[in-house]
Design a protein around this ligand. Structure first.
Ligand code: BG6
Ligand code: MG
Length: 210
């Protein structure tokens, strides 16, 4: 089947902000007294902010009030945004710019499918806002990853069926979302999920458009 659309996850695929999310969640977990390693963070990758905090609380078997829950979300996001305050196009991951340009030359449509509510801000900082036909972010879905909604919305906006699109992901939840949505899924840059996608690439320079 001819590829008509490429759908990119943002954090960990276009830019290495996944590490900033980890550092910010580690700080949250520390203040809740929950042990939290990079391995534990694999479970959080791709989840919404709310579901990420719920996962940390479940790990520690901790219950907190709705108000405290909200306070933790606000402080995590503030810490995270401070940590990416100086992000620029130079922080784009290997192969991204080239692939976006080559796809455009071939008339392939491009989309972002991200759980992040900060996606548009980050893409703006990377000068990438206009590179995509549609940006579907965490503000636009009712059911975050691992639900396929974010990718289905992207495909629909481009006017393509899932089978005509490829999804690039670095998270287990994102690969599940892509597969459940009927997309061809490519795991990128995260050996932890190498076997989960239809294909694994170390980085986007390895993806060749024919
Ligand atoms: C995803 C990241 O893209 O967005 C997660 O993989 C992050 O780590 C989630 O928690 C939500 O991001 P934000 O920016 O809305 O807090
Ligand atoms: Mg990601």
């Amino acid at each position: 089947m001819e590829i008509k659309g490429l759908i990119f996850d943002l954090d960990g695929v276009i830019v290495n902000t996944e590490h900033n999310h980890f550092v910010a969640w580690k700080r949250t977990a520390d203040s809740l007294g929950v042990a939290f390693t990079e391995k534990d963070n694999e479970k959080l990758k791709g989840l919404s902010r709310v579901d990420s905090l719920k996962t940390i609380l479940e790990m520690g078997n901790i219950e907190i009030s709705d108000e405290t829950f909200n306070d933790y979300l606000i402080s995590k996001n503030k810490f995270y945004l401070d940590s990416i305050a100086s992000i620029t196009a130079e922080n784009m991951l290997k192969g991204v710019a080239d692939l976006l340009n080559k796809a455009k030359e071939k008339g392939i449509l491009l989309a972002v499918g991200s759980s992040s509510k900060n996606a548009k801000f980050i893409l703006e900082r990377l000068n990438l806002t206009d590179a995509f036909h549609i940006i579907v972010d965490g503000n636009m879905v009712e059911n975050p990853k691992p639900n396929p909604e974010v990718f289905l919305k992207g495909a629909e906006a481009m006017g393509f069926a899932p089978e005509e699109c490829v999804v690039f992901e670095d998270a287990e939840s994102g690969i599940k979302a892509a597969k459940d949505g009927g997309f061809y899924s490519i795991a990128v840059g995260n050996p932890e999920i190498a076997k989960l996608g239809d294909l694994y690439l170390n980085d986007l320079t390895e993806f060749k458009l024919i």
